[in-house]
Structures are given as C-alpha cells and as structure tokens.
Design a protein around this ligand. Structure first.
Ligand code: 5GP
Ligand code: ZN
Length: 114
C-alpha cells in the first residue's frame, strides 16, 4: 500500500524510533505516547483491520504478541505488568488502517477503558 504510513515504516521509506524488528514485525515508539512507554507493533505485511485477518494470519498475530512481550522485557516492566490493545474500526478508535498492537507500560493501567 503506497499511501499507508505504516507500510512506509515497514519498507524503510520512513524511519521510526524502532525498538524491535524481526522478519515478520516491526515495533516502534508511538508519536503521541499515552504512557511512559507506548510502542506500536505492526506486521510488515499490510492488513487494514482485525476484520481482514484470516486463519493464514494466525502465526503473524502470534508474532505481534510475542514481540510485545519481548519489548516489555526490554523496557523493564514485564513483571510489573502492561497493557496491549488493538483497536478496530470507528467504534474501536482505529485511526491508522494497518493493524497495530499498542503496548502501554511504565504506569498502572485503569479498567474499564474509555
Ligand atoms: P489507532 O488509533 O489506529 O489505534 O492508533 C494509531 C496510533 O498511531 C496512534 O497512537 C498514533 O499516535 C500513532 N501514529 C500515527 N501516526 C504516527 C506516525 O507517523 N509515527 C508514529 N510513531 N506513530 C504514529
Ligand atoms: Zn500498510
């Protein structure tokens, strides 16, 4: 997707503040952090929303979660705990239509979310 900002990050056209990368996913700091650590984990492959995933993407989604856990360890709050979130479409609050897992840590989280 040439007009997708997260695809541009995945391809290296735009260089984010990367904290983790492997062959399937890229993790970088959110430009508008909502916690002391706010990282986005994206697949390198373009998938617009959670609704566009299929069974063939199960490994990809697993890799996103494993990457989030690795970054939590790297950032030093794995044991204290952290929040992971994926927003889907308008009511979920999705604003960038290339799926991403939010990793929020470094402070206690509240529940329920707004
Ligand atoms: P959503 O609302 O779709 O769940 O989350 C999109 C996230 O992407 C937001 O937290 C927003 O701050 C972040 N974001 C949007 N544009 C950029 C960008 O150009 N660079 C980075 N690092 N984060 C971005
Ligand atoms: Zn994309």
């Amino acid at each position: 997707m040439t007009d997708c900002i997260f695809c541009k990050m995945a391809s290296g056209e735009i260089t984010p503040d990367t904290v983790y990368e492997d062959d399937q996913v890229l993790a970088f700091r959110d430009i508008n952090p909502q916690a002391p650590t706010h990282v986005l984990v994206i697949p390198k492959q373009h998938v617009a929303t959670l609704n566009d995933l299929d069974e063939g993407n199960a490994g990809l989604v697993g890799s996103m979660l494993l990457a989030a856990a690795k970054v939590a360890e790297q950032e030093g709050f794995a044991e204290q705990g952290y929040r992971t979130v994926m927003n889907c479409n308008a009511w979920g609050g999705q604003t960038v239509f290339h799926i991403h897992l939010h990793l929020l840590g470094g402070r206690p989280m509240e529940w329920p979310p707004g």
